[in-house]
Design a protein around this ligand. Structure first.
Ligand code: NCD
Length: 341
């Protein structure tokens, strides 16, 4: 894949060597994310960060990643604050905003909307989540995290097993991650969800035809026994027609330390794209897991910064110039430690 000037819309665009390239550049970003060094390589560049759906970490992570490369961020958040409420088409918005920006990140509640937007954009567009469809940068940061966590245990992505739990029907992170894992060998995926919230059949079929071993289960505990990674997800209540319908599934699969101790292998890595629903009726990942060293959820968010910096550097073709435009930091910071929670 030629990254320069490319839109990043779907995991379908990636081959294994493209993922390796993103991860190699992400590794190089660590001194900048840890504020050991500062780079101005994107000085003068503007990111248009457009989020038409709720977001904390993805929006701020994209913005911070761009800032860490020396660029500026202009942001719009929420339909109510945009001209889309006045009936403007996504294409017109793209024509306008791509005149102001050098790259655009966008999140929107409709599947396919970010790709539609990209057709009229004069600058690269990165998908920050389009409805229940895809969330490619989350899948990349998830896999980057999986790779690091397994490497610490002397393992690799080839041959690994992962349980994906929760709302697999609407969860765009698992859609993208399932596709991404299809690029690796001898991967076993255990899909744990209520029958109504199963991963879409088309994704299961494409995973199986790529050689992934897929097991479907509707119960959580026994199914966790042999996996390396537990990847929990939130019931995507905003994708249901009523809150009552979403409530039927809330709290069905809760992981806590007692269940972990009884059913999981001792070093099973615990992941979640976040936000975890910590309300009493959901409690997807109990806070009693917070002291478990295998809880990788905040390492995921830290890694997200590295992966998004890498994508910006590749798309704007500065990956090999980041160090040239860098210098030491001059302020005290407490972040000069490895990325671990
Ligand atoms: C996810 C999303 O928006 O799809 N969040 C995120 O970007 N990390 C998952 C979710 O909202 O449940």
């Amino acid at each position: 894949m030629n990254f320069t000037g490319a839109h990043i819309l779907s995991i379908n665009q990636f081959q294994r060597e493209d993922v390796d390239r993103v991860f190699a550049v992400a590794d190089q970003m660590e001194p900048y994310a840890l504020r050991k060094r500062v780079t101005r390589v994107l000085e003068g560049a503007i990111l248009g960060n457009m989020f038409f759906e709720a977001s904390t970490r993805t929006r701020v992570s994209f913005g911070s990643a761009f800032n860490l490369l020396g660029g500026e961020v202009r942001e719009t958040a929420g339909f109510e604050n945009s001209a889309l409420v006045k009936g403007e088409s996504l294409q017109d918005t793209a024509r306008v905003l791509s005149g102001f920006s050098d790259v655009i990140c966008m999140r929107h509640p409709e599947a396919g909307s970010v790709a539609d937007f990209a057709t009229a954009s004069r600058v690269p567009v990165i998908n920050g989540g389009d409805g229940a469809n895809e969330h490619p940068t989350q899948a990349l940061l998830d896999l980057y995290t999986i790779r690091k966590e397994l490497a610490d245990k002397g393992r690799s992505v080839d041959g690994m097993s992962i349980a994906m739990i929760g709302d697999l029907r609407h969860g765009r992170t698992v859609h993208s991650l399932g596709k991404l894992l299809s690029l690796y060998d001898e991967v076993h995926v255990v899909l744990i969800s209520p029958a109504e919230l199963a991963l879409p059949e088309s994704i299961i079929e494409s995973m199986r035809s790529a050689g992934v071993e897929v097991t479907v289960s509707h119960e959580m505990t026994q199914s966790l026994a042999d996996v390396d990674i537990v990847y929990s997800t939130r019931i995507q209540e905003e994708r249901f027609s009523t809150k009552q319908e979403a409530d039927l599934y809330r709290g069905k699969f809760r992981l806590n330390q007692a269940i972990y101790t009884e059913y999981c292998q001792p070093n099973t890595v615990i992941m979640h794209p976040l936000p975890r629903d910590s309300r009493a009726d959901a409690n997807e990942l109990d806070i009693d897991l917070d002291d478990n060293p295998n809880l990788a959820i905040f390492r995921q968010t830290d890694n997200g910064l590295l992966v998004r910096m890498a994508l910006f550097a590749l798309v704007l073709d500065v990956a090999d110039k980041v160090d040239e435009f860098s210098h030491e930091v001059h302020w005290y910071n407490s972040r000069q430690r490895p990325i671990k929670s």
